[in-house]
Design a protein around this ligand. Structure first.
Ligand code: AMP
Length: 192
């Protein structure tokens, strides 16, 4: 199963991607996590992206796409994966199409969380950049940048919406249902 998780900052999509990936026995592939790992290991790639990330800007596609390609070529991703944080731009959607084919993804899970709950969750994290105003700003940026990607996948009939409000276990159950996974490992339907 090849899945993409999309959701606003604070929606808990990374947490859910971890949990669902474990249940399905496939890797959770987060380009943000991969970049952070390179930075903490002090690799050449890490040195290149450190400043870009600190400024909250996007890493250039040639770096991001190559890193992603190497990751999904690894044997553990042969049976599927959950992408989180990639693609982020229409150009990256095209790159992913080149890598997987246009019908490569099985589902795109879109997390819907009330803005009030998002704000509450992010304020509870207590991060310096999590003021009510910057949260609103990041939410707007998310909507602006992500909508074109959602439009592409909606047109292909791949999107499923999941209510991300409420308790973590309940949200995981909703995701499993939305992707047609009926038991801890079992996935119903055509998983070719
Ligand atoms: P994230 O953990 O997904 O919020 O990503 C953290 C940072 O990594 C972003 O602010 C970008 O600098 C970089 N990054 C992660 N994914 C991508 C991507 N698909 N394209 C470009 N930059 C990315």
């Amino acid at each position: 199963m090849k899945l993409l998780f999309i959701g606003p900052p604070g929606a808990g999509k990374g947490t859910q991607a971890d949990r669902v990936a474990e249940r399905l026995g496939i890797p959770h592939i987060s380009t943000g996590d991969m970049f952070r790992e390179h930075v903490s290991r002090g690799t050449e790639l890490g040195d290149k992206v450190e400043k870009i990330m600190a400024a909250g800007e996007y890493v250039p596609d040639e770096i991001t796409v190559q890193m992603l390609e190497e990751r999904i070529d690894r044997p553990d991703a042969a049976e599927g994966f959950i992408l989180d944080g990639f693609p982020r731009t229409p150009g990256q959607v095209e790159s992913l199409d080149d890598l997987l084919g246009e019908d490569g993804l099985d589902k795109v899970v879109v997390f819907k969380v009330d803005q009030d709950e998002l704000t509450e969750r992010m304020l509870a994290r207590g991060r310096a950049d999590d003021t009510a105003e910057t949260i609103r700003n990041r939410f707007d940026i998310y909507l602006e940048q992500t909508q074109p990607i959602l439009d592409i996948y909606e047109e292909r009939g791949l999107t499923v919406e999941v209510d991300g409000n409420g308790e973590m276990n309940e949200v995981t159950d909703r995701v499993m249902e939305a992707i047609g996974a009926t038991s801890d490992q079992g996935v119903s339907g055509d998983d070719s």
